[in-house]
Design a protein around this ligand. Structure first.
Ligand code: FES
Ligand SMILES: [Fe+2]
Length: 359
C-alpha cells in the first residue's frame, strides 16, 4: 500500500516532545523526535547507520544524539559530528535522514516527502485547537487498523446508533440523510441534521451538567469535514428544538490520523468546547467518555474490519454502499487521485533510503 508522502502528518502533540528522546513509527519509518537546546523540534531517523542500534535508547550530549552502542553522535540535521573510536574519523555514510518538522495548533507536524515540496499552507486550518476561548481535552491512541478505515468511520454517521448506542446514538440523526458539501478549499463535508427529537445521551448529560434541566425536544447536528490526507474535524451539537444554533452546546473535535504501518494508526484526538471552560469535572467526563467510545467501541470494530479485509484493497472488494457513505466515498476517491498523481509524477515517492540526508 502506498501512502501520500508530500503531506503533513502529526508526529506528536507538542507537549509529548521534550529533551527526552521519543520515537514513533510513521509511514513505516522509525522516527526520532526531540527538542534541541533552543526548544525547537528535531526529527531524524532513529536507526544508527553503523550497527543499526535504536537511537532513542541513547542520550543527548552537547546537543547531539549519542548512539548507545558505540557512541557515534548525530546533530539535528542527521550529520555524524563525533566518533569516539580510534582516530575519530567520521565514517562515510554516517548520516541519518532528517525530516522537516514544525509546530502548529499544539502539535508537531512532520513532512514525510520531498523537502523541496514543503508547503505550510497544507496544514489543516483547525483554528479551534489554539483558540484561547476553547478548552481542549486531547490524547493519542493506537488503532489496529489502516488509517483510511478511520477516515471513513469519522465521516460515517450510520454507525453511531449501532456502535455507540449508549452515548452518541440519536434516532433523529439515524433517520436523516447525509448531505455532501465541498468547500472551495477542498474540504469535504458529510453532514447530518436531526430535528425535534431526543438528543444523544452524551449531549443530554452535558446539557444537564452545564445548563438547566429542559423539557421537550432538541435539534442535533453532526458535521464531519475531511482534509487530505487524514484529518477530520467534527462539529457536533444540540439546541432546544427550533432555537438558533448559537444558543446550543457544540463541541469542535479534531481527529488527526498518522499511519504507523499499513495496518496500524496513531490517532491524535482533541475535543474542544467554548462553554464551561473552567470545569475540570467536565474535562474528566469528556476524556473518559471519548476514550471509551474510541477504544472500546470504534477501535474494536475497526480492528475486526482490518482483520477481515487483510491485505485486500477496498474497491477490489466491491463494497455495497449506503447513502451515509457519500462522504467517505468522496474522500476515498479524492485521496486515491492524489496518491496516483504523486506516484505518476515521482514513482520513487516511496520511502527514501535510510542514510539519505534530505533536510
Ligand atoms: S550502532 Fe550506533 S555507533 Fe555503533
Ligand atoms: Fe465511532
Amino acid at each position: 500500500m502506498v501512502f501520500l508522502r508530500n503531506a503533513w502528518y502529526v508526529a506528536a502533540w507538542s507537549d509529548e516532545v521534550s529533551d527526552n528522546l521519543l520515537t514513533r513509527k510513521i509511514l513505516n519509518e522509525q522516527v526520532l523526535l526531540y527538542r534541541n537546546a533552543y526548544g525547537d523540534l528535531v526529527a531524524t531517523g532513529n536507526t544508527c547507520p553503523h550497527r543499526f542500534a535504536p537511537l532513542h535508547l541513547g542520550k543527548l550530549v552537547d546537543g547531539a544524539v549519542e548512539c548507545p552502542y558505540h557512541g557515534l553522535r548525530f546533530n539535528g540535521e542527521g550529520r555524524c559530528v563525533f566518533n569516539p573510536d580510534g582516530d575519530g574519523r567520521i565514517p562515510a555514510g554516517a548520516r541519518l535522514r532528517s525530516y522537516p518538522i514544525t509546530e502548529r495548533l499544539g502539535a508537531a507536524w512532520i513532512w514525510m516527502g520531498d523537502p523541496a515540496r514543503v508547503d505550510l499552507s497544507m496544514i489543516p486550518d483547525f483554528e479551534f485547537l489554539d483558540d484561547p476561548d476553547y478548552r481542549t481535552v486531547k490524547g493519542v491512541l493506537h488503532v489496529r487498523a489502516n488509517y483510511r478505515y478511520i477516515n471513513d468511520n469519522l465521516m460515517d454517521e450510520a454507525h453511531l446508533h449501532m456502535v455507540h448506542h449508549d452515548s452518541l446514538a440519536c434516532d433523529m440523526v439515524r433517520r436523516a440523510k447525509t448531505e455532501l458539501v465541498k468547500d472551495p478549499d477542498g474540504t469535504i463535508w458529510a453532514n447530518r441534521y436531526g430535528t425535534d427529537g431526543a438528543p444523544p445521551n452524551i449531549f443530554d448529560m452535558m446539557w444537564r451538567m452545564t445548563r438547566d434541566d429542559y423539557e421537550g425536544t432538541m435539534d442535533h447536528w453532526v458535521e464531519g469535514g475531511w482534509n487530505a490526507p487524514s484529518f477530520v474535524r467534527n462539529n457536533t451539537g444540540v439546541v432546544l428544538h427550533g432555537r438558533p444554533r448559537e444558543e446550543g452546546l457544540e463541541t469542535k473535535n479534531a481527529h488527526l490520523l498518522t499511519p504507523e504501518t499499513e495496518t496500524t494508526t496513531h490517532y491524535f484526538w482533541a475535543i474542544c468546547r467554548n462553554f464551561e471552560t473552567g470545569n475540570d469535572a467536565l474535562d474528566d467526563g469528556i476524556r473518559t467518555g471519548t476514550e471509551y467510545a474510541f477504544v472500546h467501541e470504534d477501535e474494536v470494530m475497526l480492528h475486526a474490519v482490518q482483520e477481515a479485509m487483510g491485505e485486500r484493497e477496498f474497491w477490489s472488494m466491491k463494497p455495497a454502499l449506503l447513502q451515509a457513505d457519500v462522504g467517505a466515498v468522496e474522500l476515498r476517491r479524492t485521496l486515491d487521485r492524489m496518491i496516483a498523481a504523486e506516484q505518476a509524477e515521482h514513482p520513487a515517492a516511496t520511502p527514501a533510503p535510510r542514510a539519505e540526508a534530505v533536510g
